[in-house]
Design a protein around this ligand. Structure first.
Ligand code: SAM
Length: 237
C-alpha cells in the first residue's frame, strides 16, 4: 500500500507538500482497517491496493480543493474515518472531528488514532442533525466534509450548520451527480450557502473519476435547521 500511496500522491502533485511519513502512516491505517474489517463491518473494500487507491488517494485528492493548514474540519458520517483521517495524516496542523452515529466505529477510530499516535483529531459519537444544534459544534468549523452519506439536499442540511460563515462544505460525489446538485440548489440557499464549484479528479492508479462539490457558507444557517432526520427525508428543502 505504501508504494502505491507514495506514487499516487506524486501524481496528485502532493509529493513534497505532505509529511515524509504520511504514506507509511496511511498504509498502517489501511492495514489496521483491513485487520479489523475481518470482525467488524468497516468497509466493503477488502484488497490492499483498493484501500490505497479508493480510500486513501481518493481522500488525498481533496488536498488541492482548499488550504487546510491550521484550520478545523468536521467529517460527517465518517464511517471508518473517510475522508477526515487521511486528511489529518496528510495535513497534521488540521484539527479534525470525526462524527458518526455508529458507536462501534467511533470506538475503533479512537483506538486507531491512539495507535497511530495522532494529535488534534477526535472521533465523536452522535447524529449530525443533533450535533448540528449543539452550541459546541454549531458554526464552529472552517470545513465540513462528507463522502457516501446521503443525497446532497439532505447532506447540506446535515453539514452547513457546522460551518462558520466563510467556511466551506466539501461533498465527495460521483461525476454523475449533476441532477443531485441541481436539486440541492434551493436547500443550499435556504441554509445560508452558495454553490462555489465542482472539481473532478482521476484517482491515481485507477480509471475512476470522482467529483468534489464545493459549497461556501455565506450567512448563518437559520435556527430551525437542521430538522429531525424523518422530517428532512419527508420534506426535503
Ligand atoms: N464516509 C465514510 C466513507 O466514505 O467510507 C463512511 C460512509 S458510510 C456508507 C455512511 C456512514 O454515515 C455510516 O458510518 C453511518 O453510521 C454514518 N451516518 C449516516 N447518517 C448519519 C447521521 N445522520 N449522523 C452521523 N452519522 C451518520
Amino acid at each position: 500500500m505504501e508504494a502505491l500511496i507514495r506514487t499516487g500522491l506524486a501524481q496528485l502533485g502532493q509529493a513534497g507538500r505532505v509529511p515524509e511519513d504520511a504514506p507509511a502512516l496511511l498504509a498502517r491505517y489501511g492495514a489496521l482497517l483491513l485487520e479489523k474489517n475481518r470482525v467488524m463491518n468497516l468497509t466493503a473494500i477488502t484488497q490492499p491496493q483498493d484501500v490505497a487507491t479508493l480510500h486513501m488517494l481518493d481522500c488525498a485528492a481533496l488536498l488541492d480543493c482548499a488550504r487546510f493548514e491550521g484550520k478545523t474540519l468536521i467529517d460527517v458520517g465518517t464511517g471508518a474515518g473517510f475522508p477526515g483521517l487521511p486528511l489529518k495524516i496528510l495535513t497534521p496542523s488540521l484539527e479534525v472531528t470525526l462524527l458518526d452515529s455508529l458507536n462501534k466505529r467511533v470506538d475503533w477510530l479512537n483506538e486507531t488514532i491512539d495507535t497511530l499516535g495522532l494529535k488534534g483529531v477526535r472521533a465523536v459519537h452522535g447524529r449530525a442533525e443533533e450535533a448540528g444544534r449543539d452550541p459546541a459544534f454549531r458554526e464552529r468549523f472552517d470545513f465540513a466534509a462528507a463522502r457516501a452519506v446521503a443525497d446532497l439536499r439532505l447532506l447540506c442540511e446535515l453539514c452547513l450548520p457546522f460551518l462558520k460563515v466563510g467556511g466551506r462544505f466539501l461533498a465527495m460525489k460521483g461525476t454523475d451527480c449533476g441532477d443531485e446538485v441541481d436539486k440541492a440548489l434551493p436547500a443550499i440557499q435556504v441554509l445560508g450557502g452558495r454553490l462555489e464549484g465542482r472539481i473532478d479528479r482521476l484517482i491515481p492508479h485507477t480509471d475512476v473519476t470522482h467529483r468534489v462539490v464545493l459549497v461556501e457558507k455565506t450567512s448563518p444557517t437559520p435556527e430551525k435547521y437542521p430538522r429531525r432526520w424523518a422530517k428532512m427525508q419527508k420534506v426535503p428543502l
